[in-house]
Design a protein around this ligand. Structure first.
Ligand code: ACM
Ligand code: ZN
Length: 538
């Protein structure tokens, strides 16, 4: 090659590299930040980082996260030597979860609240993931990012009540969702299929309620529970990753596991019916049972001590009032005494008492929002939920009404509309789960992505919406690989719905940014479903 050709060849390489870099360094950002821009100028060289300056209460954890990210992406072990510097500054005045990343030629500055700095590192990781050309050379383009979440409540609900998930699997799941800036993990700990939390004052709850398959030993998805020690450790593990764990104890329905241990907490006319853990029935806790309130006083006290979250979720969904309270002599007498016309009105007394216990333990309650199904009655949108309860909208098609009623009645609301966020629904025709006994509609990733948690309402009509929740109901989901198959990649669409403002979101942009993240999930050993239907080549 003569000199001119050599020069032109280098120029061409430079242009190609520049083009790829210009396209790629923001290409794996998911959820999309509030503001992200690339600047001109020479890249920052990780190989020349002589110093990481970090002053925060848990500097060691944060520096460890950063050095792990750099090692994983570039094989460089920081610090090396040279004049480049990474500065991490915790700002007490920064909004929770907000951060800034400023990458210049010689310096990377990361600023924010503690949680914001954690998220800045996740974003930095995605910069390295997306900018393949630069990253393989140990370089980072000059980038400026300012970021903060749209919503404060960005949750995933796991359901180890139906199929037990070992604690190590939950930690793995936490690691994955933390990358996408989820900040709440709701654990559905009790249901017909299992009682999964140790309650020291009532060991029968787990001795009986945690064993769906009494001859099945401790292996497999049917049997098992978490000790309080394990849960406290899980709380700390999650907290370091900016994830708060909210416990859910489902009452008064979904209660076969507790009724198997304590049959007398149900309505007396059903005392002789078989109560077998794992056999879903419509049995409920009796609204008249003083002992039920006493047992839950103990349970809620212990649960409140394990989980520092200000919330306890008490279910309240799918309560078959007509098959229980309406036919129970004690409940009927109670109704009469209170002057109630319908058995569902007993929910006022039942949850009034349960919420007193929650408040006594300095917690607030969350409940699934029921409108016209069981409580209150059809076509009569009375709204008797006690004040101070946060509600979760979930039933397909009822969300607009639920948004309106919660606003009028002064409740905070979390968005888990089945049409978008029920990730136990199949993702494609003839796909898993292999049994579908409640007619789950196909919920494609595009359908999931269409969620705007505000439902496009005027600002004054959506102030009470706190965020989103993806639900991973596990009647048909037996282990963490299946959880991951159902959750990923749709869970990334919900992560973006919870974090990013609508102006920063687009389906086309999301699809492009998804691709490097799928690659990365595979490298992490996450058994996601390949969304072949959105491939540009199909
Ligand atoms: C629910 O899906 N039963 C809240
Ligand atoms: Zn009763």
């Amino acid at each position: 090659m003569n000199k001119t050709i050599l020069y032109l060849w280098f120029l061409l390489q430079f242009i190609i590299a520049g083009t790829i870099t210009a396209q790629d360094n923001l290409s794996a950002l998911l959820p999309m930040p509030l503001k992200a821009e690339q600047r001109d100028g020479r890249s920052f060289e990780l190989n020349n980082v002589g110093e990481i300056e970090c002053q925060m209460s848990d500097s060691l954890f944060i520096i460890n996260e950063l050095t792990n990210i750099v090692k994983y992406r570039t094989d460089i072990e920081l610090p090396v030597k040279g004049g480049n510097k990474i500065i991490i500054k915790e700002e007490s005045s920064a909004l929770p979860e907000s951060y800034k990343i400023d990458i210049s030629k010689k310096r990377i500055t990361i600023e924010g609240s503690r949680s914001g700095i954690y998220y800045a590192l996740k974003t930095f990781d995605q910069i390295l993931l997306g900018d393949v050309t630069n990253t393989t050379n140990g370089k980072v383009a000059q980038i400026y990012i300012e970021d903060a979440p749209r919503y404060t409540h960005r949750a995933v609900m796991l359901d180890p009540a139906r199929h037990f998930l070992p604690i190590e699997d939950i930690k793995f799941f936490i690691d994955q969702i933390a990358k996408y800036k989820y900040n709440i993990l709701q654990l559905h700990l009790t249901d017909d299929q299992g009682w999964r939390i140790e309650i020291k004052s009532h060991p029968a709850l787990t001795n009986i309620g945690a064993f769906r398959n009494p001859n099945g030993g401790n292996k497999g998805p049917d049997n098992g529970y978490y000790t309080q020690k394990q849960l406290k450790e899980l709380v700390n593990y999650a907290a370091a990753r900016n994830i708060e764990i909210i416990p859910e104890l489902d009452i008064p329905g979904h209660s076969v596991a507790i009724l198997a241990a304590y049959p007398h907490l149900g309505c007396s006319f059903r005392q002789n019916e078989k109560k077998e853990v794992g056999h879903t029935t419509n049995m409920m806790i009796c609204a008249h049972s003083e002992e039920a309130y006493c047992v839950y006083e103990d349970i809620i006290r212990e649960v409140a001590q394990i989980f520092p979250s200000k919330f306890i979720h008490l279910g309240g969904d799918e309560a078959a009032v007509n098959e229980n309270w309406a036919k129970c002599d004690d409940c009927k007498a109670m109704m009469k005494k209170a002057g109630y016309a319908k058995p569902s009105d007993l929910m006022n007394i039942f949850f009034g008492r349960m919420l007193d216990i929650v408040h006594k333990n300095n917690k607030k309650a969350i409940l699934w929002c029921e409108l016209d199904n069981m409580w209150p009655p059809a076509n009569n949108y009375l709204f008797p939920y006690p004040k101070d309860v946060t509600l979760v909208t979930w039933r397909n098609a009822l969300t607009p009404k639920c948004i309106e009623l919660t606003r009028i009645n002064g409740h905070n609301l979390i968005m888990a509309p089945g049409e978008h966020t029920y990730l136990d629904y199949p993702q494609w025709h003839n796909d898993l789960p292999e049994f579908n006994n409640w007619g789950m509609p196909i919920t494609t990733i595009e359908q999931t992505y269409k969620l705007d948690p505000s439902y496009n309402l005027p600002a004054e009509e959506q102030q009470h919406i706190q965020g989103v929740m993806a639900t991973m109901w596990a009647e048909a989901i037996k282990d963490i690989n299946r959880v991951n198959y159902m959750f990923f990649p749709r869970g990334l669409a919900i992560a973006e719905a919870g974090w990013s403002i609508m102006q920063q979101r687009s389906w086309e942009g999301f699809k492009k940014r998804l691709m490097p993240n799928l690659n990365d999930l595979m490298r992490s050993g996450v058994s996601f479903r390949v969304p072949f239907e959105i491939s540009p080549r199909r």
